[in-house]
Design a protein around this ligand. Structure first.
Ligand code: FMN
Length: 155
């Protein structure tokens, strides 16, 4: 018997994650999409993965092979997460020094990727990217848990 989608969503909402914005430049236009289904995959070669809904605008861009950058949002950038999830307005400052897709200035970390592989996964595709450049800052990350934005609790 299949798991009801509401049970699935509720269970997975208990997995705390960071929040990234995956971005590409295509034909002189910038597209960004908020994604928390992001993970480190391999060290040699350096690979990361993002899971993108087939119905998302970003899906076609990644399938076409656009280089992309994932910016890991900082604790002050919740408005950017909302903006790139399709609701709300927020000013964004892009930097184009990655050699790949644009990165968000002030993000706590970022990885610029060339396409490595794409794996079909139900209503999503798993896009594996090879990290060509990356960077890190010392700010606090934005955390997503139970459908809400949080900060880190010092342990
Ligand atoms: C915190 C958060 C995390 C999200 N993570 C993902 C994700 O990992 N993969 C995905 O496909 N959509 C994810 N979404 C939803 C997309 O951001 C949203 O559907 C997308 O921006 C819609 O873009 P479009 O209207 O241009 O297709 C997330 C949304 C939020 C608010």
């Amino acid at each position: 018997m299949p798991v009801p989608p509401s049970d699935f969503k509720q269970a997975l909402s208990r997995f705390a994650s960071g929040v990234t914005v995956v971005a590409v430049d295509v034909d002189g236009q910038t597209y960004g999409m908020t994604a928390s289904a992001f993970l480190s995959v391999s060290l040699i070669p350096p690979l990361v993965l993002v899971s993108v809904a087939k119905k998302a605008t970003m899906h076609a861009h990644l399938l076409a092979g656009a280089p992309w950058t994932a910016s890991m949002l900082n604790a002050e950038q919740a408005a950017l997460s909302n903006r790139f999830a399709g609701y709300g307005e927020a000013e964004v400052e892009w930097a184009r020094d990655t050699g790949g897709g644009p990165r968000i200035v002030g993000a706590v970390g970022w990885v610029a990727c060339s396409p490595f592989a794409a794996h079909d996964a139900g209503d999503h595709t798993l896009f594996v990217g090879q990290v060509e450049a990356c960077g890190a800052e010392d700010s606090e990350p934005l955390v997503y848990f139970k459908g809400k934005y949080r900060g880190l609790v010092a342990g």
